[in-house]
Write a protein that binds this ligand. Structure first.
Ligand code: ATP
Length: 238
């Protein structure tokens, strides 16, 4: 816990960040796609990582998840420098939803849910829409149903931290709203910390608590997700 001075000169306990980037430079081979990032994500909050195409959002997320090694700087998970690869971080309570859909097409919905670390019953409680589809091969689901399956499987394991890339890509607004609502509930009810990469600024801000803006591989701004954010972000890059 860190302490924060309030205007009334009392102190309140602020939760320690669950995820931190400190001076993080990341990329591919010699190419630094993002440089010198400082970011934090606390338990129970949704933080949107915004920015135009090619700004470095996915590279940042992959590096924070342990899929790419930092070129410089560090990633901290629960206050400790994180060096474990992605699969070990997932085993220790991190949820990761990459841009490409992570289902096994030939397995049924039920079998796909069974591959998760949480109970199938919890996944179905979160997304009852999946119940009538349980016996269907996951490859035959619609894009939105596949993304529900992915998110249900991840949330059922009660992750303490979730890194989510472009959940809404190509999906109908009503489906996106249901997916984002589930993330919001996980953050509010179970204290999960969520870092959400999203192209759609307004959608992301509808559920986020805070945002960071990446441009050309560097942080170009950050703030609370409030009524001024859209105008601020529009001025910056929309
Ligand atoms: N595997 C790779 N090898 C080399 N360069 C890459 C690789 N993946 C991405 N890049 C480059 O890194 C930069 C950042 O890409 P990244 O995918 O992180 O951006 P992004 O903000 O997520 O973009 P988008 O919103 O279009 O997905 C881009 O210039 C991209 O071309």
């Amino acid at each position: 816990m860190t302490t924060v001075a309030t205007p009334a000169d009392t102190t309140i306990a602020a939760p320690a960040p669950i995820l931190e980037a400190r001076g993080l430079t990341a990329g591919y081979g010699d190419l630094a796609a993002v440089r010198g990032l400082d970011m934090v994500v606390h338990p129970g909050e949704i933080v949107a990582l915004l920015g135009p195409n090619g700004a470095g959002k996915t590279t940042t997320l992959l590096t924070l998840a342990g899929s790419l090694k930092p070129l410089a700087g560090e990633v901290r998970h629960n206050g400790k420098v994180a060096t474990a690869p992605l699969y070990r971080r997932v085993r220790s309570g991190m949820g990761f939803i990459p841009e490409e859909r992570s289902i096994i097409s030939k397995l049924s919905v039920k079998e796909n849910l069974g591959l998760g670390r949480g109970p199938v019953s919890e996944a179905l409680r979160l997304f009852p829409q999946l119940q009538p589809l349980l016996r269907r091969p996951a490859g035959l689901l619609s894009g939105g149903e596949q993304q529900m399956l992915t998110l249900a499987r991840c949330l059922a394991s009660r992750p303490s931290l979730m890194l989510v890339d472009e959940l809404s890509l190509g999906l109908a607004p009503i489906v996106v709203a249901a997916l984002l609502r589930a993330l919001r509930e996980a953050a509010t009810e179970t204290g999960a910390a969520v870092l959400l990469v999203e192209q759609q600024v307004q959608r992301a801000l509808s559920v986020a608590d805070r945002w960071y803006l990446l441009q050309h591989g560097a942080l170009a701004g950050s703030g609370a997700a409030d009524e001024n954010s859209v105008a601020e972000l529009a001025a910056a890059y929309l």
